[in-house]
Design a protein around this ligand. Sequence first.
Ligand code: AMP
Length: 218
Amino acid sequence: MKNIMFIAPPAAGKGTQAELVTKKYNIPHISTGDILREISKEDSEIGSYVYETLASGKLVKDEITYKLIEERLNKEDCKNGYIIDGFPRNLDQAIEYDKILANLGYEIGNVIYLEISEKTLEKRITGRRLCEDCHAIYNINDENSSPKVESVCDKCGGKLYQRNDDNLEAFQTRYKMYLEKTAPIIEHYKKQNVLHVINGEDTVENIFNAVDEIISNN
Ligand code: AMP
């Protein structure tokens, strides 16, 4: 199966869609945000640098992301396709990613852009909750995505938490970063004829149906 890349502003639902694709097609979900959140827990110089950067809503240094992406894509489980979410985040990273793929003999695959308004994102960001154990994603502002029991993961019983960058102040920085740095990569993939645009305002189910159609037809 072809690789899949999700591009979207913060809290647009790319993590949720990536999890659904993983479940149906059994391919790994590589989220640079998830990997960096793990690194941010380390009691080391890099751990505290990543912790501070994530909390501020700014982007971590490109070199750090290149290293972790290369290491992850070199693993055996990526050979039959993978989902990449959160990388590339700027044009330099997109150009570097093209090189990494060429070295591995991999193709970009399908690039899926979730289009969504800033207003909807603000509503979603304050309600997002994640499972500490299995990383499942919920939204307490949306009755269809709320956990059955408050603060408890439906899937594994783990404790739910709120990301420390899921507040309106950090969101403003993250959204600004997205518009300035990430949005320009959409053009990069349009030129390569691999871009698909989906309406991110729709329900989780309808968005997944559209994603699934892209996977099936390409
Ligand atoms: P996400 O989970 O994708 O929203 O990412 C959370 C945070 O991790 C971002 O706000 C950035 O600080 C950092 N991050 C994730 N991916 C990247 C990347 N490709 N380049 C730089 N920083 C990143």
